[in-house]
Ligand binder design. Structure first.
Ligand code: IMP
Length: 192
């Protein structure tokens, strides 16, 4: 396996994957934008598996997909797999979440990221998951990052994701952890 299709048409996500997989001699490519895979799974892992295996089957290539989002305890795990669809913009999504948690004491939450790699026949060969535990603040703090970063506070670091350097977030985030678990598995697959 030398070529790996990233099951997204988002250039930003391709770049991010390139960074996580930079130690490998892999040629990463975007899936064609006209090839839309509906995220009908009930979990992050189901969606990652669905995206990787569908893209592989259609293109007859190995592929990698991830799916991620924020699960808030007080909201029974919501927005979860609906994190991207929780509002029209990041600003709206954060406002909605702050509104739903107004006056609530339980601010526990976690970011989850699932990653799946499929072979060219659509069989899932590697799957890993990463979790980052934190708390939802009552107001925004920090300017970096994207999505829910300004309200997601990591107690051990005493910073929100939006206050962290990209290097630190990369190391401790749900995505960083999912890729840290994936790396040794991919290594042993590539030297086989
Ligand atoms: P996707 O897996 O890239 O589709 O991400 C789903 C949604 O979860 C994003 O649109 C964000 O709203 C949210 N999300 C996932 N990862 C992060 C993160 O690291 N920071 C902030 N928001 C995130």
């Amino acid at each position: 396996m030398k070529k790996l299709i990233v099951a997204t048409s988002n250039v930003g996500k391709l770049k991010e994957m390139q960074e996580y997989l930079e130690e490998f001699d892999l040629q990463l490519g975007l899936k064609p934008s006209e090839l839309e895979i509906e995220e009908t799974g009930m979990s992050f892992m189901e969606n990652a598996i669905l995206k990787a295996s569908q893209v592989s089957k259609i293109l007859n290539e190995w592929s990698i997909a991830d799916d991620s989002g924020l699960m808030v305890d007080e909201l029974n795990g919501q927005p979860g797999i609906f994190s991207a669809r929780y509002g029209k913009t990041d600003f709206d999504r954060i406002n909605r979440l702050l509104g739903e948690l107004e006056g609530k004491n339980n601010r526990q939450a976690k970011f989850v990221c699932a990653v799946a790699i499929s072979n060219s026949r659509g069989q899932i060969i590697i799957k890993t998951e990463g979790i980052c535990e934190g708390e939802i603040l009552t107001e925004r703090r920090g300017e970096s990052g994207f999505g829910y970063d300004p309200i997601f506070f990591v107690p051990e670091i005493k910073q929100t994701f939006a206050q962290m350097s990209p290097e630190l977030k990369r190391k401790i985030s749900h995505r960083g952890k999912a890729f840290a678990s994936l790396t040794p598995l991919l290594k042993s697959l590539l030297i086989r």
